[in-house]
Design a protein around this ligand. Structure first.
Ligand code: G4P
Length: 314
């Protein structure tokens, strides 16, 4: 099963974005430091005409510091790109983004040529929190439900620096299944787009591979038990440990799944990053190949259909 995700406000059209981007000097792309590859919009470069980009790995306080370092090095090696890691509620580092943006567009600045910065990011990544921190007040909403639309706003970060906020961006079909699961686990995807149990099992598989000690510690399991159990057995053990039981003493797997997801979102499992640049690039390659094959088969089927007749639905 793959997760597809098309909230209405993600459909700001390419044309509207291209129009807005014309007058922009720097694009700030906010990423979730726990899933940097998956939280990046694959169409962004194309939509923004490859403007200088500042990648912000937000929620770094919840991410694995060693993996954050890998992602920063990965992005800082890219052309016209800088990357910093942030906790959006932390004022001094947040203000560093103005200096970083100035370095990306050294010819802009001063009252005659103010620096214009566009900020974009998936729901729940922490945009409102960052804007509030930069403004020193509650300027924008914060909340934990994905898909809440805001109107576009402009914020003066300095006399000669303006930040434009986008309510939503066109999002393509998700071709990397892992990305769908990671986005759902992070809270970026509306609840109706995924099944808690499927997402929790994927999360457990990731944790078992990369963070078995954190899994063992949170749910009071031994490392041997984590290694010897299947993902389903682990989810059941979590449910038992957290008291998610139904009559007869059986585990309520949906409740257990909600618990694992909530623990990941709140950071109770520890500092976790679900993907490294290397893993993500491998998934992307496989996802694109599978997608190309799907498209090829679809075209083949269409070509085989007799012309002039609609396919029968019976
Ligand atoms: P959005 O505008 O991009 O949709 O996201 P928003 O700022 O509303 O942030 C979504 C949630 O993520 C909020 O939590 C917010 O506090 C939290 N958050 C944002 N940045 C960071 C960060 O750098 N580190 C951590 N640990 N959390 C961050 P919430 O529980 O939904 O709301 P609240 O009660 O905390 O306001």
């Amino acid at each position: 099963m793959s997760i597809q995700w098309f909230p209405g406000h993600m459909h700001l059209t390419r044309k509207a974005i291209a129009e807005r981007v014309k007058s922009i000097d720097v694009v700030i792309e906010m990423l979730d430091a726990r899933l940097p590859g998956s939280s990046a919009n694959p169409l962004l470069g194309e939509m923004t005409g490859h403007k200088p980009t500042l990648k912000i790995l937000n929620k770094q306080d919840m991410a694995d510091p060693a993996r954050t370092a890998l992602w920063l090095a990965h992005y800082n090696a890219q052309k016209d790109t800088r990357a910093i890691a942030l906790d959006a509620s932390n004022t001094a580092p947040a203000k560093a983004l103005v200096a970083e943006s100035r370095e990306l567009a050294p010819l802009r600045g001063g009252m005659a040529k103010p620096l214009r910065v566009l900020i974009c990011g998936i729901p729940n990544v922490g945009k409102s929190t960052l804007i509030n921190t930069l403004m020193g007040k509650r300027a924008a909403k914060t909340g934990d439900e994905a898909g809440v639309t805001r109107t576009e706003q402009r914020v003066a970060l300095a006399d000669d620096c303006y930040l434009f906020d986008t309510p939503g961006m066109l999002w393509p079909r998700i071709v990397v299944p892992e990305s769908g699961y990671h986005l759902a686990a992070s809270g970026a995807v509306g609840r109706n787009a995924y099944d808690d149990e499927v997402v929790a099992l994927e999360l457990i598989a990731d944790l078992r591979r990369d963070y078995p000690a954190l899994l063992a510690e949170r749910y009071k399991l031994t490392l041997d038990a984590v290694a010897a159990s299947t993902d389903d057995q682990l989810l059941e053990a979590v449910g038992r440990q957290r008291g998610a039981l139904v009559a007869g003493g059986r585990v309520n797997m949906t409740k257990a799944a909600e618990q694992v997801i909530a623990d990941f979102r709140s950071g109770l499992l520890g500092r976790i990053t679900l993907e490294t640049p290397e893993q993500f690039l491998a998934w992307l390659k496989a996802g694109k190949a599978a997608d190309a094959e799907r498209q090829r088969l679809k075209q083949e089927r269409q070509a085989q259909r007799p012309t002039g007749r609609r396919p029968s639905h019976r």
